[in-house]
Design a protein around this ligand. Structure first.
Ligand code: URA
Length: 256
């Protein structure tokens, strides 16, 4: 068992028994998410991309920790949080839709993820599926429904790179290696909803540990119509994903 949360800068005592963690990628979202759960959250650590705050939800400690971008740093956070006693992991992120039916501002509840990350293959062979915990999927759907939030449930594609891995041509060279040309169309044809960068790592690693994970992702761009990301849209969409996850956590804490 890993007991040393060296990268997170946290000890078991710091967590005050928290077994649920909300996981944004961005450290700047940590205070915002913690304040959604508790008027007076406490920041307990900030090392590199890993920022952590504790919220008190009717006497239950809930942790919020940023993972940074991508599977490599998310894997460190997951590993160390599991070692500190966390058992339920809920990712709050953003994503780029690849289906015309998925609107900007909608939410995606990930039921599973395509493993185009590198980190998860060092935990389990690629034939091992990256699937969400069904209870968390249900809670996130219930929460989106109760908030009357347009949402979609399905597969996301988790990549190690934002540009070639997601077949973006608006990059420095403008070139996407042949191995990745045509892949957006392929994942779209196979029914995947969107691209993002951490969910496959989260679902795979937690499965191998017997722990529960879910993910709610706000759609900030639809790649079938535009590559442009609007910062106001991002802020509003992130807020929707945060509210949805916060309500799911309230339900989990209330029902035990
Ligand atoms: N995050 C990603 O990884 N891709 C997108 O298109 C949007 C958010």
């Amino acid at each position: 068992m890993v007991m040393n949360a060296y990268h997170l800068g946290l000890s078991r005592e710091d967590l005050r028994g928290a077994e649920i963690v909300l996981l944004p990628g961005d450290p700047f979202r940590v205070p915002r998410i913690a304040a959604t759960l508790d008027n007076d959250p406490i920041e307990i650590a900030h090392h590199r991309e890993f920022r952590s705050a504790l919220a008190d939800l009717q006497g239950t400690a809930v942790l919020v920790t940023s993972t940074g971008i991508g599977g490599a740093s998310a894997a460190i956070a997951i590993e160390e949080l599991a070692g500190l006693g966390v058992r339920t992991f809920l990712r709050i992120g953003t994503t780029g839709a690849i289906q015309p039916s998925v609107g900007v501002g909608d939410l995606i509840v990930a039921a599973g993820a395509v493993r185009l990350d590198g980190a998860s293959s060092q935990y389990a062979p690629l034939s091992f599926p990256a699937v969400a915990d069904h209870r968390l999927v249900n809670e996130l759907i219930a929460s989106a429904v109760s908030r009357k939030q347009d949402h979609h449930v399905g597969l996301v594609v988790s990549t190690d790179t934002f540009y070639p891995g997601q077949e973006r041509y608006d990059s420095f060279t403008g070139y996407v290696p042949l191995s990745h040309q045509g892949t957006l169309e392929e994942w779209k044809r196979l029914g995947c909803l969107s691209y993002e960068m951490e969910t496959a790592t989260l679902f795979t690693i937690t499965r191998t540990m017997g722990l529960a994970a879910g993910a709610v992702l706000g759609v900030i761009v639809n790649r079938t119509t535009s590559e442009a990301v609007d910062s106001k849209v991002v802020a509003n969409t992130e807020d929707r994903a945060i509210q949805c996850a916060a309500e799911a956590v309230r339900r989990l804490v209330a029902t035990g």
